[in-house]
Design a protein around this ligand. Structure first.
Ligand code: 6GU
Length: 229
C-alpha cells in the first residue's frame, strides 16, 4: 500500500518514522510520503488560504494548490481513495480501518482553517474514490493528527505488519464488539495489590469465563452504546 498526505505541516508525519509503522516502511510493506501544500503555490508568501464567498468567519483553503498537489501525486492513478479529514465526515472506526486496509493507494488531504473549497472535493471525485472522515466528535485545529491516527489503525491491519496476528483478534473493537478485559503480569502482589486469583489458578475454562464477564461488565459500564443500550 502507498499512502500520501498533503498538509501545510508535513513535519507532523515524522511520527510515522517511529515504532511499528517505521518498521513496516523499512520492510517495504507500506510506502508513505508527506507533501507540503505550499510547494504548490507560486506567490512570495506561499498563500494557501482566502476569505469565503458569501462571508462568514475565518479563512478557507483555496483550490489551486490542492489541484496541483492531487495532479502530481495521483498522475495516471485512477484507483486511489482520497480521504478529506473533516469533523463533518463519517466517523472512523475499526470496520472502516479494515475496509481501508484493502486499498492500494490512499491520499489524505489534511484541511486547516475553516476547511477547503468544496470544488477540491468535487475535483478529487473525478480522480478517485472520495471520502470525508472524522475521528470523533470533537474539533482539532487540522487534519494531520487525524490522518496519523487513521494511518496507524489501517497499517497495523496489513498482513505482516503486526508480528502476532492473534493479538489483532482479541483486542477491543474487533470480533465480538466488546472491550478488552483487564490484564496483569508479574509480580503477583505489587504495592499490596493482588492479581485476581483466578488468573493464577491454571483453570483455563474459569479464566476464559472470568475474562468474558469482565469484558461484558466493562462494556456495559463505559460503552453501553456498543451493546445497543
Ligand atoms: Cl478529521 N479534522 C479536524 N479538524 N477535526 C476533527 C477531525 C478531523 N476529526 C475529529 N475532529
Amino acid at each position: 500500500m502507498r499512502i500520501d498526505a498533503v498538509s501545510i505541516f508535513p513535519d507532523y508525519f515524522q511520527a510515522l518514522d517511529l515504532s511499528l509503522l517505521g518498521k513496516a516502511r523499512q520492510a517495504g510493506l507500506i510506502q508513505f510520503q508527506a507533501h507540503d501544500l505550499r510547494d504548490f503555490t507560486f506567490d512570495k508568501h506561499r498563500t494557501v488560504d482566502d476569505t469565503p464567498y458569501g462571508g462568514g468567519a475565518g479563512m478557507l483553503m483555496k483550490p489551486e494548490p490542492w489541484g496541483l498537489a492531487l495532479d502530481q501525486i495521483l498522475e495516471e492513478e485512477t484507483d486511489a481513495t482520497i480521504i478529506f479529514t473533516s469533523p463533518a465526515g463519517e466517523v472512523f472506526n475499526q470496520s472502516l480501518a479494515y475496509e481501508l486496509a484493502q486499498e492500494n493507494r490512499i491520499v489524505f488531504a489534511c484541511g486547516r482553517y475553516e476547511g477547503i473549497d468544496q470544488r477540491v472535493v468535487d475535483y478529487a471525485a473525478t480522480k478517485g474514490k472520495v471520502r470525508l472522515i472524522s475521528i470523533g466528535d470533537y474539533v482539532l485545529n487540522g487534519g494531520e493528527v487525524a490522518a496519523i491516527a487513521m494511518t496507524e489503525a489501517i497499517v497495523r491491519l496489513i498482513p505482516g505488519v503486526i508480528g502476532n496476528a492473534e493479538s489483532l483478534i482479541e483486542e477491543s473493537h474487533s470480533g465480538e464488539g466488546l472491550l478488552e478485559y483487564p490484564s496483569y503480569t508479574k509480580p503477583a502482589v505489587w504495592r499490596g495489590l493482588e492479581v485476581p486469583p483466578v488468573l493464577l489458578s491454571g483453570n483455563h475454562a474459569a479464566i476464559a469465563k472470568w475474562r468474558h464477564e469482565q469484558q461484558v461488565e466493562r462494556t456495559k459500564r463505559v460503552r453501553p452504546d456498543l451493546l445497543g443500550e
